[in-house]
Design a protein around this ligand. Structure first.
Ligand SMILES: Nc1ncnc2c1ncn2[C@@H]1O[C@H](COP(=O)(O)OP(=O)(O)O)[C@@H](O)[C@H]1O
Ligand SMILES: [Mg+2]
Length: 411
């Protein structure tokens, strides 16, 4: 669901200061349902006056508008307005420096102005209180996002289900997490969310990265679904070859500047040395890149005997890869008919990994089927034993985020 649906409007002020991008920006903004351009301001003084009416939530600016300084940016924020800069070239160091000095967090390249409405929505969703500027680059967020990478061994233990459930719960707590589907064996996030017949976000990012344009373009390649920002995965497993090394790393880095990132990966961890020697990416390269970039690693295994033995082997493999960093283990589809308790499972897994947390999700086919058939997230379906267990998992991953005010609830 687009945040502009359901009657809420996003009101925008524009200060182009004569820059030619205005003629592309205005139709892009006004063409987006729910987006209104309140005023084309003639100068910074005009913008400051328009800001005080309290209607706008975003201002789109030319960085070289005369008189634009940090005080002006501060004035906008005081009135609940998040500025978005349109930059001649997002890669230029001097422009990034200027953004940083102004305390601005959102920017888009002139070549991507047709994606401006997406940057405006991201800025409108930003939290004004916690804003810390960063000089890392354009399209930047508060610079405090962390990356949760969800991995799990073969046998469909529920990596995608867990990744989306965690992201949905983070969204319910007021974040607007980015979900990256980088499973090199075929994406399924789009299917889980009922987003079908779309261009693959990942392949579009891969193409843009090859042209060097990813920082400016990637905001526009995210789909907004029910409080999440989503980069959908591979439409067919054989297209993994199109994603070159470094793309996943760059996407995670960009995403983290905007906020929380949740990554859904593949099952295999083997490196393909022959491919890498030949200068091609190995098939599991995307998964390995994500694991290397993770702030938090979540490993999902099935609670049944086959699943648990695969999980134990997977944890050993992962330990060799990461040098034994602690992981959050999720035992999925736990059920009484298996005949073992949570402490039995904890005992079985002891010694295979350093645990940052051990979490159990119940087998709840009725709820997951409902979610899959409707293309909805668990957090949209109301309370269930599964949603409560997911909330406990997110408490473990992000302690202290559970108590949210109504104002910050999005779902
Ligand atoms: N806790 C659960 N209870 C019941 N079914 C589940 C649960 N977790 C996942 N599933 C189901 O298992 C199947 C595989 O899940 P999925 O997340 O796509 O696995 P993976 O991404 O590991 O391949 C899906 O049909 C999903 O709905
Ligand atoms: Mg999956």
């Amino acid at each position: 669901m687009n945040p502009t649906e359901g009657g809420s409007r996003t009101c925008v002020l524009v200060l182009a200061a004569g820059a030619p991008w205005e003629s592309t920006a205005l139709p892009a903004l006004t063409g987006r349902p729910g987006m209104v351009v309140l005023k084309r301001c003639v100068d910074v003084t005009d913008l400051m006056a328009a800001a005080t009416t309290g209607e706008a939530s975003v201002a789109v600016l030319s960085l070289d508008a005369p008189g634009l300084d940090a005080a002006a940016v501060h004035h906008l924020r005081l009135h609940g307005i998040e500025p978005v800069a349109v930059l001649a070239d997002p890669a230029r160091e001097d422009l990034r420096d200027r953004l940083h000095r102004l305390g601005m967090r959102f920017a888009i390249g002139v070549a991507q102005v047709d994606h401006l409405p997406d940057a405006v929505l991201a800025a409108a969703a930003a939290d004004h209180q916690d804003s810390e500027p960063t000089r890392e680059g354009p399209a930047v967020g508060p610079g405090r996002g962390r990356t949760i990478v969800v991995w799990g061994p073969t046998g469909a233990p529920g990596r995608t289900t867990v990744a989306l459930a965690v992201a949905g719960e983070l969204a319910r707590r007021g974040a607007a997490p980015l979900v990256l589907d980088i499973d090199p064996w075929g994406g399924s996030v789009g299917q889980h969310l009922g987003v079908l017949d779309e261009v693959s976000g990942l392949l579009a990012c891969a193409r843009t990265a090859a042209a060097g344009d990813l920082p400016g373009a990637y905001l526009g390649l995210q789909r907004r679904v029910a409080g999440l920002r989503v980069i959908t995965g591979l439409p067919r497993p054989d297209r993994w070859v199109e994603v070159r090394s470094g793309v996943v790393d760059q996407l995670i880095d960009l995403g983290r500047r905007q906020g929380e990132v949740v990554v859904d990966t593949g099952f295999a961890l083997e490196e393909d040395l022959s491919a890498e020697l030949a200068g091609r990416p190995g098939r599991n390269g995307m998964t390995l890149e994500a694991i290397a970039a993770a702030d938090d690693l979540v490993v999902v295994g099935s609670a049944d005997p086959v699943g648990l033995s695969r999980l134990a082997r997977g944890l050993v493999e992962l330990r060799e890869l990461t040098g034994g960093r602690p992981v959050h283990v999720v035992i999925n589809r736990m059920r009484a008919s298996l005949g073992w308790s949570e402490s039995d499972v904890a005992g079985m897994l002891g010694g295979f990994a350093e645990l940052a947390g051990l979490h159990f999700l119940p087998d709840d086919r009725a709820t997951t089927d409902r979610a899959l058939l409707a293309g909805r997230m668990l957090s949209e379906l109301g309370e269930s034993s599964l949603s409560r267990a997911v909330a406990a998992l997110v408490d473990g991953l992000r302690p202290g985020t559970g108590r949210v005010s109504k104002r910050r609830l999005r779902s």
